[in-house]
Design a binder for this molecule. Structure first.
Ligand code: NAP
Length: 317
């Protein structure tokens, strides 16, 4: 699927604070689509800034967050959730009146609470979360197609200028995303079950396997295709990002974890009692959910996530 190239830039100057998987993907896609007259970026370390300069994707790489946002009409924080409040405070005095300030954080309630008090009244604050990613991070990990056909959730606080929300919606749509608007609290509840809990489970199971005494870690790696391998991809996600997600979305994650533990106990009981009917009923229901995800185009119908499989070749002689 390809999105249309817009004839005129939607923004004169876009500032991206943070240039990792998400910031780098926004820069690449916005450049390809011609969505900003000028793209300026910065990152925390001199190493990342030097690499971004080398990549040559943006118009300017500057040293400070304050410098980056000067004269920008769109500012997007593409940094870990826990850093958003301090950065909002730092950039606030340098923002141009009428600027749209957004972010891409995986948690919305905490980000709104941390950022909103610092932003001047003349700035339009429209938080966002592109529900798209990979387990990779850093300036080389981004790619322009990341957001195509994925959802981007906007969580504008009550009373946000409708024109600003529409401009950001159009921006994300031009990056290829489907856009939905919801409250920060509802976002955090939905993402707790669809993203945060799965990550917690993956981090747990991979850690458990690593600590097993009866099965060696080389056996775990060798026989990983039995299901474990798919958890390892998720458990390889960025430690700083995910630490911040669990600290910032504590309430919703604990609520979902409570429900999960109850359901795990039910399945544990079914296994202990040899209750095949309960297991079958449960697994049939979950299989239907996977089919639903494929049907709405959020994943491929190809077996094993479409991984290539080696061909059997007949040995001569
Ligand atoms: P990433 O690849 O690790 O990149 C993070 C970037 O933020 C780096 O350029 C880092 O600079 C910079 N940074 C960190 N603290 C900063 C600060 N105080 N001031 C300026 N720059 C700072 O992370 P990512 O995966 O793009 O994630 C960024 C955000 O997107 C997170 O809030 C995450 O919740 C959200 N998100 C992630 C995914 C995903 O799958 N990864 C999906 C959706 C949303 P250095 O390199 O110099 O440290």
């Amino acid at each position: 699927m390809s999105a249309q190239v817009s004839a005129t830039p939607q923004f004169e100057k876009m500032a991206l604070i943070g240039f990792g998987l998400i910031g780098g993907s926004i820069a690449r896609a916005a450049r390809e689509q011609g969505l900003a007259g000028t793209i300026v970026t910065t990152a925390r370390s001199a190493k990342t800034r030097a690499r971004v300069t080398e990549l040559g994707i943006v118009d300017a790489v500057v040293e400070t967050n304050a410098e980056a946002v000067k004269d920008a009409d769109l500012v997007i924080l593409c940094i870990p959730v826990g850093a958003c409040g301090a950065v909002a405070e730092e950039i606030a005095p340098c923002l141009k009146p009428g600027v749209i300030v957004s972010d891409v954080g995986s948690v919305k309630g905490a980000v709104v609470k941390d950022m909103a008090p610092h932003l001047p009244g003349a700035a339009h604050f429209v938080p966002a979360h592109p529900v798209a990613g990979t387990e990779h991070s850093g300036p080389d990990s981004g790619f322009a197609e990341l957001f195509i056909n994925r959802w981007c959730i906007l969580t504008p606080p009550e009373g946000t200028d409708a024109g600003a929300v529409e401009r950001l919606r159009a921006f994300w749509a031009a990056l290829g995303a489907k856009v939905e608007i919801m409250t920060p609290d509802h976002h955090d509840l939905v993402l707790a079950i669809t993203s945060h809990l799965p990550h917690l489970i993956a981090y747990t199971i991979v850690g458990t396997a690593d600590e097993l005494a009866q099965v060696t870690s080389s056996e775990v790696i060798k026989f990983s295709a039995g299901g474990f391998r798919d958890f390892t991809r998720i458990a390889a996600s960025d430690p700083t990002m995910w630490r911040d997600v669990f600290l910032a979305n504590k309430e919703a994650v604990l609520e979902m974890l409570g429900t999960f533990n109850e359901d795990l106990s039910k399945l544990t009981r079914a296994i202990r009692r040899g209750d095949g009917e309960a297991l079958s009923e449960h697994f049939t229901r979950t299989r239907a959910i996977r089919r639903g995800i494929v049907e709405i185009g959020q994943d491929s119908a190809a077996p094993d996530f479409g991984r290539p499989h080696a061909q059997l070749t007949r040995k001569p002689g």
